[in-house]
Ligand binder design. Structure first.
Ligand code: ATP
Ligand code: MG
Length: 693
């Protein structure tokens, strides 16, 4: 149905085609960097996939293409799309797979691969492990304690805040005092202490041979500071292509610039109206400044035709973004006319909202739309709680993205920590976690042991020679044997993880009452492992871009079923569904009351609503509960708040919407209690979710 259907270039409009063919064929003389800046649903990602396919068809070596996307899922989707186009146009037999894209992924994951490969040349030990946010926070807390800040300074910022400040400084390349004044004014008094803390934190990471997320970009950028290495990398890749460029940060643009100073072979696509990650240090300046950043000016292509949404959906979305303070010069049009306007639903509270969505989702399914073609979007992971219960109660299967993550489950963390500890014996966060799983080993013993751990080669010996407390002798021997086997070269991946599982299951039984439920995740982790080439890739990819739901990308059986997507707006970026239901479109949620600080913050919330609305192809429902819980920061405690419709939809815009008030005419939903009990499977899933910490 879409241009991927037959994969031919003649499905592209002239502007898309220009972007796809830029710098090739008759235009080979024009090697300017390319910027495609265009509104939602105009085919940017599609164009990028076509460009990749076109380059390969023209003889480019897939090994020499670097494709940077926002998530691993997006990278896989791009690979699939480009592969589909190639398959058709190269006339490959159905049985032959199209060439893959070995260097596609997020900035962080490509960075970690390059760092590992070049580590000997930049003084990095190649057995480094990567800390996720949780580990990084814990290490920050530990360092803080070690240098005596925890005791002496009662109101010193929490470890999470400290990490936030540190991360912001690294990603924006701004000085600490500036970040403090601008974003964390209440921490400005601690500038000296923070500087000391961050110094010690960096030191600790180096001693333990661990990198946090930010280091992956930071070290990559530093590596590019070596002229010889920068040249080598620039020559190694003929093309660097980036999707969603509006959400990159300063470090990322520096890296891009360093790989390709002339801009030859650089393609970026994005939409300034969809920039929604400035809270993480991304800056829309990257895309705005792109045209003049290289040694030659960029070619700019804009796309104005929207292929995703119907005209009424587009009208409503355009009204919201049209009122933005910053002008986003976009003139989107579509030829998909429809009579159905976007709907604005007023409901009394969250319970009715949940009921309405469940009703509507089922009604759409009756009308022939699968659950998978619909999505429910919300500002924050916790906002879907009432809906999740309602869906479970009615046995409507769903998968949630962007909320609690599979890898945050304590038992999944335990398993991964064992692998990490084997890979890098100096990593103390993993070490602590693992050693204390052993019955009879407490914090003091674990500390003593970790202090004695040296390099990988000696680690096995250190553990073997250690005399455990008497009550831990047998458990200790089992663990030391496991550790030695994991260090040995003879165990192949993913058999490593099976060994870990066999060792871990008895600990799980001992530690958790709900071990049966947790076991499901453990088994799922083992299944997931089979999809990765080696232990290192598994650990890295999972840490950088974890599966966002228990069933995400893992080939578990129930993925074959039809299921509804629940997602935060941030995680829905770049995607589309036939019907989209947006929860809590009220002031205090969108814009979030956490963000109501500056005018810039508010504008980012407006763009967030725009991103949510532009995910819809045909049906768009914005739901406005009149009453909902928010955590009042100032007053303290939870309070019922009477919420009004979001300020981003003004009176003047209401004509773009069909307004529906509660109870809707077709509402025939019986109240709670009249519904059948959830099936066992749903209960297990609900409990498994509750097990995540
Ligand atoms: P976003 O800003 O949300 O990331 P986008 O600009 O990347 O959107 P795509 O996701 O690439 O847009 O495309 C939106 C939809 O339009 C997809 O379903 C895609 O297949 C379709 N599409 C894009 N270009 C064409 C075309 N030339 N003909 C038909 N359909 C198209
Ligand atoms: Mg896109």
């Amino acid at each position: 149905r879409h241009c991927f259907g037959n994969g031919a270039l003649n499905d592209l409009n002239p502007e898309q085609l220009a972007a796809v063919q830029h710098g090739t064929g008759e235009e080979a003389h024009d090697q300017r960097p390319l910027l495609v800046i265009a509104g939602a649903g105009s085919g940017k990602t599609n164009t990028l996939a076509h460009r990749v396919a076109h380059l390969i068809r023209q003889g480019a070596d897939p090994q020499r293409l670097m494709l940077l996307t926002f998530s691993r899922r997006a990278a896989q989707e791009m690979e699939r799309r480009a592969g589909g186009v190639l398959h058709k146009t190269l006339g490959l037999p159905a049985t032959q797979a199209p060439p893959g894209l070995p260097w596609s992924g997020t900035f962080h994951s490509i960075g970690s691969r390059l760092l590992r490969e070049y580590s000997p040349r930049i003084g990095l030990d190649d057995s480094f492990t990567i800390h996720d946010r949780g580990d990084a926070e814990d290490l920050m807390g530990m360092v803080r304690h070690d240098i005596g800040l925890a005791e002496s300074k009662k109101r010193f910022p929490l470890k999470g805040t400290c990490l936030g400040i540190y991360s912001r400084v690294v990603n924006t390349c701004e000085p600490l005092d500036q970040v403090l004044d601008g974003i964390y004014p209440w921490c400005a008094q601690w500038e000296d202490e923070l500087r000391r803390l961050f110094g010690a934190y960096v030191e600790a990471k180096q001693q333990q041979n661990v990198l946090d997320y930010d280091d992956l970009l930071l070290f990559w950028a530093e590596m590019m500071g070596e002229p010889a290495l920068a040249r080598e990398l620039g020559e190694r890749f003929d093309h660097v292509l980036v999707d969603e460029y509006q959400d990159t940060n300063r470090l990322q643009s520096q890296i891009l610039l360093a790989i390709k100073p002339t801009g030859q072979g650089v393609t970026v696509v994005g939409d300034d109206a969809q920039s929604i990650y400035s809270f993480r240090g991304a800056t829309v300046r990257n895309i705005l400044d792109f045209p003049g950043q290289f040694s030659q000016p960029a070619r700019i292509v804009t796309l104005e035709r929207n292929y995703r949404s119907t005209q009424p959906v587009l009208d409503a979305s355009n009204a919201v973004i049209g009122a933005a303070r910053e002008r986003h010069a976009k003139n989107l049009w579509t030829d998909k006319s429809a009579s159905q306007r976007a709907q604005l639903l007023l409901v009394p509270g969250e319970a009715e909202q949940a009921r309405w969505v469940a009703d509507e989702v089922l009604r759409q399914r009756e009308a022939g739309s699968t659950l998978k073609s619909q999505a429910v979007l919300f500002r924050t992971g916790s906002h879907s709680a009432a809906l999740e219960l309602e869906l479970a109660r009615r046995d409507i299967p769903f998968v949630k993205f962007g909320g609690l993550k599979f890898l945050e489950a304590a038992h999944v963390k335990d398993m991964l920590a064992v692998l990490r500890f084997a890979q890098n014996p100096r990593g103390r966060m993993a070490g602590f976690r693992v050693l204390q799983l052993i019955a009879g080993i407490g914090q003091a013993t674990a500390t003593r042991l970790l202090d004695a751990m040296g390099e990988a080669a000696e680690a096995v010996e250190t553990l073997a020679q250690f005399t455990p407390p008497a009550q831990a002798r047998q458990e200790w021997e089992q663990f030391a044997t496991l550790y030695a086997r994991l260090q040995g070269a003879q165990v192949a991946w993913p058999a490593d993880l099976e060994l870990v599982r066999d060792w871990y299951l008895p600990q799980l039984e001992r530690l958790h009452d709900d071990a049966q439920v947790r076991k499901l995740d453990v088994e799922q982790l083992v299944r997931l492992a089979a999809g990765y080439a080696c232990r290192e890739r598994f650990l890295t990819e999972l840490t950088l871009d974890p599966p966002q739901a228990t069933s995400d990308e893992s080939g578990v059986p129930h993925l074959d079923e039809d299921y509804l997507i629940l997602s935060t707006i941030h995680s829905a970026k770049g995607q589309e569904w036939k019907a989209v239901h947006v929860l809590n479109v009220v002031d205090g949620c969108i814009p979030s009351d956490m963000a109501t600080g500056s005018a810039e913050d508010i504008e980012e919330e407006r763009r967030l609503l725009y991103v949510a609305m532009t995910r819809a192809r045909e049906r768009l429902h914005l739901i406005v509960p009149q009453r909902f819980y928010v955590t009042q920061q100032a007053g303290g405690g939870d309070r019922h708040l009477y919420a009004g419709r979001t300020r981003f939809i003004t009176e003047a815009m209401l004509e773009k919407f069909e307004q529906i008030t509660w109870p809707p005419a077709h509402s025939a939903s019986p109240g709670p209690g009249a519904q059948p009990q959830p099936q066992p499977l749903m209960q297990v899933r609900a409990r498994a979710r509750a097990a995540w910490r």
